[in-house]
Design a protein around this ligand. Structure first.
Ligand SMILES: [Zn+2]
Length: 286
C-alpha cells in the first residue's frame, strides 16, 4: 500500500466532510535533508499532515505555506506545498532539544502563519498564536478565525510516519449541529497507531461503521522541491557582481545550497560572467 495518500470523505446523512492523510516516503524525504532532533521530526511531520489537510479543504490552484515561528529553541519550521499535494519543508533550531519537548518548549511564544498564494488571485495570510498545547488545536483555531467552520483535527508523527485526520462542517452549514457533534466524538477516538497502520477504508470503518460514508478517490502526496540550478543562479543577481567576483577569486566557484533538499549548485566565473552579461542586455532594452 502507498502510505503517502490523502483520502476525502463525506457523510450521506450529515453536512460534514472528513479527510485522512497518511505520509511515509514524503515525510522521510523532508527529514533526510538534515539530522533533526526527534522532537523536530515530530513537529515537521505534524506540520506536513496539517498542510496536506488544509490544502485539501481549499478550492484553489497555487501555493500554500504553513509556518510556525517563535522565540524558543526552534525559530522556524515551515512546510511549503501546492494544490497538487507536493510538499517540502525545513526547520531551524539552536541547541539541544529534549526528545519529549512539547510545542510550547520547542517554539516558546510563537505564531502559525498560513499563506495562500493562488496562481490567479490575491495572496491571503492568516495568523494564529501558538497558545494551545498542540499544533492541531492551533490549526482548529485558524479555521474558526478564518472560515468560521467548526473543525476537528488530530495530527500524529513519530519520525517514521506522519498522519492526520480532519472533520469539518461543510461551508454554508455553519451552525454547530448535533450530527457534527456525534461524528466528532467518534473521530477523536482515533489512535496514532491506527492511522499509521490501517488503510483509510479500515480507519473509516472503525470510526464510523454505523454511518453511511462516501470515500472519494485517493490523492497522492509527494515530496517535491522547487529549487533548480537556474533559480539559484537568478538569486545571485541580487548580489553585486564585484562581490561575486571576489568570492570566485578566493574560492574558484560559488556554491548555492538548497536547505529544503540539500541540493548544491556550483557556479564558476563563466556562469557569473554570463549571468551579468545576459542581465545587462535584457535589463536595458536598446
Ligand atoms: Zn531544493
Amino acid at each position: 500500500m502507498s502510505k503517502d495518500i490523502l483520502n476525502r470523505y463525506l457523510f450521506d446523512n450529515a453536512d460534514v466532510r472528513g479527510q485522512v492523510v497518511q505520509l511515509e516516503k514524503s515525510y522521510q524525504d523532508v527529514l533526510s535533508a538534515h539530522s533533526y532532533p526527534v522532537a523536530i521530526q515530530r513537529l515537521l511531520g505534524e506540520l506536513m499532515a496539517a498542510t496536506s489537510l488544509l490544502t485539501a479543504t481549499l478550492k484553489f490552484d497555487g501555493d500554500i505555506s504553513v509556518q510556525v515561528q517563535g522565540n524558543g529553541p526552534v525559530s522556524l519550521a515551515v512546510i511549503n506545498g501546492n494544490n497538487l499535494q507536493q510538499l517540502r519543508g525545513v526547520s531551524r533550531w539552536e541547541g539541544d532539544i529534549a526528545a519529549d519537548a512539547d510545542l510550547a518548549s520547542l517554539m516558546g511564544k510563537g505564531y502559525m502563519v498560513i499563506t495562500l498564494t493562488p496562481t490567479n488571485g490575491e495572496r491571503y495570510q492568516g495568523v494564529v498564536e501558538l497558545d494551545k498545547p498542540t499544533l492541531a488545536e492551533c490549526l482548529e483555531q485558524y479555521f474558526i478565525q478564518s472560515e468560521q467552520l467548526p473543525t476537528t483535527i488530530r495530527l500524529f508523527a513519530n519520525g517514521q510516519q506522519a498522519a492526520g485526520i480532519l472533520l469539518q462542517v461543510l461551508p454554508g452549514e455553519n451552525e454547530q449541529n448535533d450530527a457534527y457533534e456525534h461524528l466528532e466524538q467518534l473521530t477523536v477516538t482515533i489512535k496514532a497507531e491506527e492511522l499509521f497502520k490501517l488503510e483509510a477504508t479500515e480507519v473509516l470503518h472503525r470510526l464510523y461503521h454505523q454511518e453511511a460514508v462516501r470515500l472519494f478517490d485517493p490523492i497522492e502526496v509527494t515530496f517535491n522541491c522547487t529549487c533548480s540550478r537556474e533559480r539559484s543562479l537568478q538569486a545571485l543577481r541580487t548580489i553585486p557582481q564585484e562581490e561575486l567576483e571576489a568570492i570566485l577569486a578566493e574560492q574558484g566557484k560559488i556554491d548555492m545550497g538548497c536547505e529544503y533538499c540539500n541540493s548544491n549548485y556550483s557556479f564558476d566565473s563563466i556562469d557569473i560572467a554570463a549571468l551579468f552579461k545576459n542581465a545587462s542586455s535584457t535589463d536595458t532594452p536598446q
